[in-house]
Design a protein around this ligand. Structure first.
Ligand SMILES: Nc1ncnc2c1ncn2[C@@H]1O[C@H](COP(=O)(O)OP(=O)(O)OP(=O)(O)O)[C@@H](O)[C@H]1O
Ligand SMILES: [Mg+2]
Length: 250
């Protein structure tokens, strides 16, 4: 993929999502650029997950639009279509195919992604190689024949991230991928995110740990009650009075 910095691969335009009259996402204008890690931070309930759910078609939007690659404007976002726009995500509470092996969890994504490839003779081997590479990258290769339900909490998070990576998307939303993990797994995930960034993807990271934000994020949006209260580099944003207050005040 070509690395074009400053080019937004995805933008939200006045995006609104309400629950019972209360806007959880309140006219958000965000831009997610190629080759950058954009962090979404904010107190519990500030709308980070709702934003992702709306953008990925899991919840219907109540207003505004999504602009893909500066050209396609979507006012209705369907979960079944987001992959065709190069968008993928992970969930705050991990979702896997439980009764199926770790390897098959990846192979299923690769096969879905490449139905035409299935017509070619070597597809099986190509997919297998690709799946094994991804599992090596996240340190789950040794576990490849175990069922997903047998994995530990951390391994489940790694497998979900591996599934997202195997989508070969352009825009990746990671909802608290580091939460509850020890440093070894955190390092693995950092590497995965940096790799995606370096290949020109737009990486969106929801994260509460400010040390991780400082280390990984190029740019940060701070949300509070569904609105942006600060944006910019981690150093700038995390020093702002309104941001400190939003966190300490709740
Ligand atoms: N399905 C839903 N139905 C009704 N209200 C909801 C729903 N999902 C989220 N909300 C409300 O929308 C607001 C934003 O919630 P959201 O989960 O997006 O916050 P968040 O920033 O992801 O928080 P956290 O850091 O705890 O994950 C909260 O007030 C929440 O109670
Ligand atoms: Mg959340």
């Amino acid at each position: 993929m070509l690395l074009l910095s400053n080019m937004p691969l995805l933008q939200t335009k006045n995006l609104v999502k309400k629950f019972g009259g209360v806007a959880a996402v309140d006219h958000l204008n965000l831009a997610f650029e190629a080759g950058k890690i954009t962090a979404l931070v904010g107190p519990n309930g500030s709308g980070k997950t709702t934003l992702i759910n709306t953008v990925t078609g899991l919840l219907p939007v109540d207003g505004g639009a999504l602009v893909v690659s500066d050209s396609v404007e979507l006012r209705k976002i369907r979960a079944s279509e987001i992959a065709t726009y190069g968008i993928t995500r992970t969930f705050q509470s991990v979702r896997l195919i439980e009764q199926v092996s770790v390897l098959d969890n990846i192979l299923l994504v690769l096969t879905e992604r490449n139905v035409w490839g299935a017509l070619f003779e070597r597809h099986g081997k190509l997919h297998l190689d690709a799946a094994e590479d991804i599992l090596k990258k996240v340190g789950l290769f040794e576990k490849r024949h175990e069922n997903a339900e047998k994995l530990s909490y951390g391994q489940r998070k790694l497998l979900e991230i591996a599934r997202a990576v195997s989508m070969q998307a352009k825009i990746y939303f990671f909802d608290e991928p580091f939460a509850g993990l020890f440093s070894e797994m955190r390092k693995t995930i950092s590497h995965v995110l940096m790799d995606l960034k370096n290949t020109g993807a737009a990486v969106i990271l929801v994260e509460h740990d400010m040390a991780i934000i400082r280390e990984l994020a190029d740019t940060v949006y701070v949300l509070d009650s569904g609105k942006v209260i600060a944006e910019g580099t981690p150093e700038k944003v995390l020093a702002e009075h309104a941001v400190i207050e939003a966190y300490l005040g709740k």
